[in-house]
Structures are given as structure tokens and as C-alpha cells.
Design a protein around this ligand. Structure first.
Ligand SMILES: Cc1cc2nc3c(=O)[nH]c(=O)nc-3n(C[C@H](O)[C@H](O)[C@H](O)COP(=O)(O)O)c2cc1C
Length: 363
């Protein structure tokens, strides 16, 4: 049924302008009753940040920014959903066009700029949920915020009762100045205030894990600082990472590659996986990592785990491979466990990280 849905919908979605295709996909998920995927094999279970994930494949932030299709996505077999980025006040984002498909590279460039229906709308949807699948909330500052850190603090307070985890997104390239929050002093202050807010509301709502999502474009010395500060504040995990402002030399769609914005999908895989391994060796097991960037097959998901990911997330892969990708990755993970005579995915995590950091830098 899902294979049929992909065969019918992918050519149609491909023919549409990318923003219309995304709106159409959200509407289809809301209104087309897709079958519930089979229950996950117990060997795919992952425990991280105090949560039990039925499988390690999540949908990355940006697909369901406003929490409109959380239950349909869980029904399709994702192990967890990250909604957002949510901003406190609604904002429109950048003018169209701001989303580009690089078809022959299987990549996407976006400069959406935190289009968000805002806290109230997203909170209402999450508060009305009855399902118990894991939904994390990715938070960001309004473009015109007078004090950006206050926006993050406010969102932690607002969403604590409904978020199973938080992602502090300081890595979107499309809000001018946002990535500066990754610099040592700014990051130290941000995490201190965010975690303080978490402790304050935790007395009421319980202690919600807080993850930090970084850009794959950090220098290694910035990464040293970011991981050091994350460890100092005892952050619960990191997501590595967001889209890249770099443009790999092998890109075929040279004209579209000139569009401003963050690149994701297959052309991001090598850089994001390298940064994941670099983060893993610096974290020294202090917290688990989520690997994102170019996961579009079982092999790429397994490569992320070997580079240091306890969980993986994907977005762009869905654009090119369709929703059947989720089941395909899970089947390939199980096959890899069988081949390696392993009972759980945990033994794979980081097994190649040191080797990857010794390779030449991806161009
Ligand atoms: C259209 C689009 C919108 C995105 N919006 C967000 C966002 O709002 N917040 C965020 O943290 N990441 C956002 N991302 C980044 C993804 O969450 C992910 O980190 C990145 O795309 C790499 O994964 P992928 O190669 O599987 O797409 C967006 C990505 C795309 C393609």
C-alpha cells in the first residue's frame, strides 16, 4: 500500500513547485488514511535521553513545522517526530521561492527562514494529542526578537508539559545572526539560561531532555568549544546537524546550487557524517548523538550509526525516495544486526568514528 502510494505520489510531487509539493504532502498525510506500519522488531528499540524509542529512525525538524501530521507520521513507522522549528510569535518566513530541489544531486536547498504558525497554534495541537509516540519540539527565536535567548527560555517554559524532548536550534542559516549563538560565550549563556528554565519548570512538568542542534559548517575549534560547553552544562544530547551553507564541488546542478540557503540531502552526507564522527570523539560518551544529513537508505543510516549516531533523522531523503524509505531502513538495520550476530544497535554506535576522523576532509 505504501509502495503504491509512493509510486502514485512521487511523480506528482516532483512535477509541482517544491513549496506546493510540501503543502500537498502535509494535506495528503492529514486526509489520506494510510495503514499503520507493522509493530517494530524489539531489536530496533533504542534507549536514549531517558526515553525508549521503538526504532531509531526519526523525521527531522522542518517537515512538520507546525505539528499538523504527528500521528500520521508515527503511523508510517517513524520512531520519533521532531516538530518545529517553532518560534514564539507567528512569522511568515522568507518570500517565495525559498525551496529548491536539486534533482540530479538528490539534494535540497532551502531558505525558508523559520516560517512558523507560532507557539500558541503548535502548543494547542500537541496538547490535544492522545497518542503516546515520541514528539520532540525544536525551538528557535523570532527573526525580530529583541533578546533571542529570552525566546528560547520562553518556549522551554511553554512547551515543557507536551515536549518529550527539546532541540535548541542555533544552526539554521536562514535567520541572520542565529548561528552566532554557537560561538563559545553566546552558547554558554544560552545553555545556562535554557537549562535553568528547564529545571524551574521541571518541578511541575518533569525533567525534559534538551538537545543542541549544530551546523555542519562549524570549524573544528568551534566544535571543540561547542562540545566542551555542552558537556559542562550536562546537555542531554546533540543533533549533528543542520543544513550546510557550503556547496560541495561535485554538485551537478550548478545553477540551482547558487541559490542562497542551506543544502541538505545526499550532497550533505559526507560533511555531516564527518562532523558527527568529530563530535562523537569529543563527546566521549557524555551524551548520545542524533545523526542527520543525507540519510536516504539503510546503508547511509548504518554509516551514521557507525560514525556515532544513536538515532538518525531524515527529511530530504523522503523527497526523493518517498515514505517507503522508513520501512526500507528498518529492514536493512535488522539485516545488519543478523549479519553481525548482534542483538541491538548499540554495539554499532561509533565503531568507525576514529577511522572517519582520520580520513581526508570531504570536499
Ligand atoms: C525544507 C527544509 C526545512 C527545514 N527546516 C528546519 C527547521 O525548521 N529547523 C531545523 O532545525 N532544521 C530544519 N531543516 C534541517 C533538517 O532538519 C535536517 O537537519 C537537514 O535537512 C539534514 O537532513 P536531510 O539531509 O535528511 O534533509 C530543514 C530542512 C529542509 C530540507
Amino acid at each position: 500500500m505504501i509502495g503504491l502510494f509512493d509510486r502514485l505520489s512521487l511523480p506528482l510531487l516532483r512535477a509541482l513547485d517544491p513549496e506546493d509539493a510540501h503543502a500537498f504532502a502535509i494535506r495528503a498525510l492529514r486526509y489520506v488514511p494510510l495503514p499503520r506500519s507493522a509493530p517494530d522488531d524489539g531489536r530496533l528499540t533504542v534507549r536514549a535521553f531517558g526515553l525508549n524509542f521503538p526504532n531509531p529512525v526519526g523525521i527531522a525538524a522542518g517537515f512538520d513545522k507546525n505539528a499538523q501530521v504527528v500521528e500520521p507520521l508515527l503511523r508510517l513507522g517513524f520512531g520519533f517526530i521532531e516538530v518545529g522549528t517553532v518560534t514564539p510569535r507567528p512569522q511568515a518566513g522568507n518570500p517565495r521561492p525559498c525551496l529548491f530541489r536539486l534533482d540530479s544531486d538528490c539534494g535540497v536547498i532551502n531558505r525558508l527562514g523559520f516560517n512558523s504558525e507560532g507557539e500558541a497554534a503548535v502548543l494547542a495541537r500537541l496538547a490535544a494529542r492522545t497518542g503516546d509516540g515520541i514528539v520532540g519540539v525544536n525551538i528557535g527565536a523570532n527573526r525580530d526578537a529583541a533578546d533571542r535567548v529570552s525566546d528560547y527560555v520562553h518556549l522551554i517554559e511553554a512547551f515543557a508539559p507536551v515536549a518529550r524532548y527539546f532541540t535548541v536550534n542555533v544552526s539554521s542559516p536562514n535567520t541572520p545572526g542565529l548561528r552566532d549563538l554557537q560561538q563559545a560565550r553566546a552558547l554558554d549563556d544560552l545553555l545556562a539560561r535554557v537549562l535553568d528554565a528547564r529545571e524551574r519548570v521541571g518541578a511541575r512538568a518533569g525533567r525534559t531532555p534538551v538537545l543542541l542542534k549544530i551546523a555542519p559548517d562549524l570549524t573544528l575549534s568551534d566544535l571543540d568549544d561547542a562540545v566542551g560547553i555542552a558537556r559542562k552544562h550536562r546537555i542531554d544530547g546533540m543533533i549533528v546537524g543542520n543544513t550546510t551553507i557550503s556547496r560541495p564541488s561535485a554538485l551537478r546542478e550548478r545553477e540551482k546550487a547558487k541559490e542562497a540557503g542551506g543544502l541538505s540531502g545526499r550532497p550533505l552526507f559526507k560533511l555531516a557524517t564527518r562532523m558527527l564522527a568529530e563530535t562523537f570523539v569529543r563527546a566521549e560518551g557524555a551524551f548520545p548523538l542524533i545523526g542527520a544529513g543525507g540519510v536516504d537508505s539503510g546503508a547511509t543510516a548504518i554509516a551514521k550509526m557507525k560514525a556515532g549516531a544513536t538515532l538518525v533523522q531524515l527529511y530530504s531523503g523522503l523527497v526523493f525516495r518517498g515514505i517507503g524509505l522508513v520501512a526500507e531502513i528498518k529492514a536493512d538495520l535488522l539485516a545488519a544486526l543478523r549479519r553481525g550476530h548482534r542483538d541491538s544497535l548499540a554495539s554499532m554506535v561509533g565503531s568507525e568514528a576514529a577511522n572517519i576522523t582520520a580520513e581526508s576532509w570531504p570536499s
